[in-house]
Unconditional design. Structure first.
Lengths: 231, 348
C-alpha cells in the first residue's frame, strides 16, 4: 500500500489541512484516552491483581466487554447512556457535557475501547511483582501508598507504558463506535472511510499511508521508551 | 515481649485456631510445622499483613505490652527476612539497606554509624553499588538481614532462614544469625519446616499443624518429650508405636515388652534404630526383648544402612553399618529376629 502511493500523492495529502487535522485529532484523542486509562485504569488494575474483592469476575467481565461486542454497538450504548432521558444523560446535560459530535464523545469512545487493553496489560504487570516486596516495604515503615510508589510502580512502569501503547493502538484504529458517536470532528479512520466512499481508493490511500507511518513512528518511540534502563 | 493470646483467624479455606504463644526478649523462638500448617500465615499475622483481607475472629497480639492486633505493619517495628529474601530488584544493595530509614525519625549521624557498623559486620561493603540480581544466595541473605536490622526492630521474623541456602553455607549462616543475635541483642521468631535446621539456633519453639499449636516449650523438651504421635514423627523419632500398660505389663500389639521406667499413663514407646540388633539365627544372650520379623526393605546409605523389618503390621527401622551388612547379607523377605534391651525403650 505504501509503495502504491507516489511521493507527490503523499506530499499533497499531508499538505491538505483536513488530513493533517484528522491525523492530529486521532493521535491526540487516542493519547488522551491512554492518559485517562492510566489515571483510572492503574488503581483498577492494581485492585484486580492484588485484592480478592467481591464481584471481581463480574468487574473483569465488564472491562473485557468492549473487546467482544461489535463496535457500533458500543457507540449506540454510549449514546443511549448519555441520552437526555437517562439519569446519567440528564446529569451530563446539567453540567454541560455533550458527547454527540464532540471531542468529549470521541475520547469517551476511545477510552471505552482502549481501557480493557490497558487494564489487562498492567494487571499482568502487577501480578508479576511478588507481593512479598510490598510486605517487606510495609515492614520497613512504608505505608501502603508509599510501598506502591516506591516499589510497585517503579517495577511495573514498563507494563504501564506497554499498556498505554496497547490502549493508544486500539484507540487510533477505532472506527465503528466513533462513526456512531462523533462523525464530526473527523478522526483519521472516519476521513479515510469518507474519502474512500466519496472519491475511491486513490484519494483515501495516501491518508491511510500517513496514518500508518505516523502511528508506526509513535509506537516505535513508545517501545524505545519502554525498553530503556533494562537491568 | 511478644504475646499471642487466643488468636484466631479465618480464611475461606484455612484458619488459625486459638494460638497462644509467648516470646521473651532475647529468645530465639522456632515455629515448626509441615507445609500448609499455617506457619507463614501466623508470621504474617504477627507482621500485620493479614489485617485487610482475612478476618481476625478473636484474640490479641501484644508487643512490649502494647496491643498491636489492629496496627498496620509499618507501625509495628517488626522486621522480616523472607526465605527468598525479597530484595527490591530495582534498587542497589545500599538503597535496599537504607530503604526504611526515610520513613523513620532517626538521629542522622547516629544512624549512619549504626548502619555502617551493620554493613561491616555483615561484610557487604563491597556489594553496596551492586543490584540484587547479581548476588549469590548467601550475599542476598546478608543484605536482607542488614535491611531489616537497619531499623532496629524489636522482633525479627525469619521465614525458613536456612532452607534456600546452599548446604555448604548453612552452618556459616546459622553461626552468623547466632552472632548477630548476641551482638545486637535481638529476638528472633523463626519459621521452619525442618527441626534439625533450627535446633542449633532456637532455645524455645512450638509445633503447628492445621492452624493449631500442638506443643510448645523449650526446644530440647519438644525433641525429647513429644506430646503426640505427630510431633514425635515430625521431630524425627523412629520406631514410635502405641503401647498399652495393663496390670504392670507393657503390651505392644497384645504382646508383652520388657522395659524399665515406664509411666502408668504411657501411650507410646520408641527405640532408637541403632539400639536394635538383627539376628538371622538365635540372638546372643542379654537381650530381654526378641521379636520375630521379616526383612521388608534395605536402604543402603554411605555410612550406614537402614533395615526395615516387618513385625506383625508394624515396620521397625534398624540401623547397621555397611560392613555388618557385607559380612552377613540380608535379603528382602528373609525371616529374621530383632532384639533390644529393656533400657533402650523410651516411653511417651
Amino acid at each position: 500500500m505504501v509503495t502504491a502511493s507516489t511521493f507527490s500523492d503523499l506530499l499533497e495529502a499531508i499538505k491538505d489541512q483536513e488530513v493533517l487535522e484528522a491525523i492530529t485529532r486521532s493521535i491526540l484523542t487516542s493519547l488522551s484516552a491512554a492518559t485517562i486509562s492510566f489515571i483510572f485504569g492503574t488503581p483498577l488494575a492494581y485492585l484486580l491483581a492484588r485484592k480478592n474483592i467481591r464481584g471481581k469476575r463480574l468487574i473483569e467481565g465488564i472491562i473485557d466487554l468492549p473487546i467482544m461486542i461489535p463496535h457500533p454497538v458500543i457507540g449506540i450504548a454510549i449514546l443511549s447512556l448519555a441520552a437526555k432521558e437517562s439519569f446519567l444523560g440528564n446529569f451530563l446535560h446539567e453540567v454541560g457535557i455533550q458527547l454527540m459530535g464532540t471531542y468529549t464523545g470521541i475520547i469517551t469512545v476511545l477510552t471505552f475501547v482502549g481501557l480493557p487493553f490497558y487494564v489487562n496489560t498492567v494487571k499482568a504487570g502487577f501480578s508479576s511483582i511478588p507481593v512479598r516486596l510490598e510486605y517487606v516495604s510495609r515492614s520497613l515503615g512504608a505505608s501502603a501508598w508509599q510501598s506502591f510508589f516506591h516499589i510497585t510502580l517503579p517495577l511495573s512502569w514498563r507494563h504501564i507504558i506497554l499498556g498505554m501503547i496497547m490502549c493508544t493502538a486500539r484507540a487510533i484504529s477505532e472506527f465503528g463506535a466513533i462513526v456512531v458517536v462523533a462523525y464530526h470532528p473527523m478522526t483519521a479512520p472516519v476521513l479515510i472511510y469518507e474519502r474512500f466512499t466519496a472519491y475511491g481508493l486513490k484519494y483515501s490511500r495516501p491518508v491511510a499511508v500517513w496514518l500508518i507511518l505516523i502511528s508506526l513512528l509513535l509506537f516505535i518511540s513508545m517501545r524505545f521508551l519502554a525498553g530503556l534502563k533494562k537491568r | 515481649m511478644l504475646e499471642i493470646k487466643n488468636f484466631s483467624l479465618k480464611l475461606p479455606n484455612f484458619s488459625l485456631k486459638n494460638i497462644d504463644l509467648s516470646i521473651s526478649k532475647g529468645d530465639i523462638f522456632a515455629l515448626l510445622g509441615p507445609s500448609g500448617s499455617g506457619k507463614t500465615l501466623l508470621l504474617e499475622s504477627i507482621m500485620g499483613l493479614t489485617l485487610e483481607e482475612e478476618k481476625i475472629i478473636d484474640g490479641k497480639i501484644i508487643l512490649d505490652g502494647k496491643d498491636i492486633t489492629k496496627l498496620p505493619p509499618e507501625k509495628r517495628n517488626i522486621g522480616i527476612v523472607y526465605q527468598d529474601f525479597a530484595l527490591f530488584p530495582h534498587l542497589t544493595v545500599e538503597e535496599n539497606v537504607t530503604f526504611g530509614l526515610r520513613f523513620k525519625n532517626f538521629n542522622l549521624s547516629e544512624q549512619k554509624y549504626y548502619t555502617n557498623n551493620l554493613i561491616n559486620r555483615l561484610e557487604i561493603k563491597h556489594l553496596l553499588k551492586r543490584y540484587p540480581l547479581h548476588l549469590s544466595g548467601g550475599e542476598k541473605q546478608r543484605v536482607a538481614l542488614a535491611r531489616a536490622l537497619a531499623l532496629r526492630p524489636k522482633l525479627l521474623l525469619l521465614d525458613e532462614p536456612l532452607s534456600a541456602i546452599d548446604p555448604l553455607f548453612k552452618e556459616e549462616i546459622a553461626l552468623l544469625l547466632k552472632k548477630l543475635h548476641k551482638d545486637f541483642n535481638l529476638t528472633y521468631f523463626i519459621v521452619s519446616h525442618n527441626l534439625k535446621e533450627v535446633l542449633y539456633l532456637a532455645n524455645r519453639g512450638a509445633i503447628i499443624k492445621n492452624g493449631e499449636i500442638l506443643q510448645k516449650g523449650p526446644i530440647e523438651e519438644i525433641f525429647k518429650q513429644p506430646s503426640c504421635e505427630f510431633v514425635a514423627r515430625f521431630v524425627g523419632l523412629k520406631n514410635y508405636f502405641p503401647v498399652e500398660i495393663k496390670n504392670k505389663k507393657v503390651l505392644f500389639d497384645g504382646s508383652e515388652i520388657r522395659a524399665d521406667n515406664y509411666k502408668k499413663d504411657a501411650k507410646f514407646f520408641s527405640i532408637l534404630p541403632s539400639k536394635i540388633k538383627i539376628f538371622t539365627n538365635e540372638p546372643e544372650k542379654g537381650y530381654e526383648n526378641i521379636l520375630n520379623g521379616r526383612v521388608y526393605n534395605i536402604l543402603n546409605f554411605d555410612y550406614y544402612a537402614i533395615i526395615q523389618v516387618l513385625i506383625g503390621k508394624r515396620v521397625f527401622e534398624v540401623a547397621i553399618s555397611p560392613n555388618q551388612l557385607n559380612e552377613s547379607p540380608l535379603k528382602i523377605g528373609q525371616d529374621i529376629k530383632i532384639a533390644f534391651k529393656k533400657e533402650a525403650v523410651r516411653f511417651f
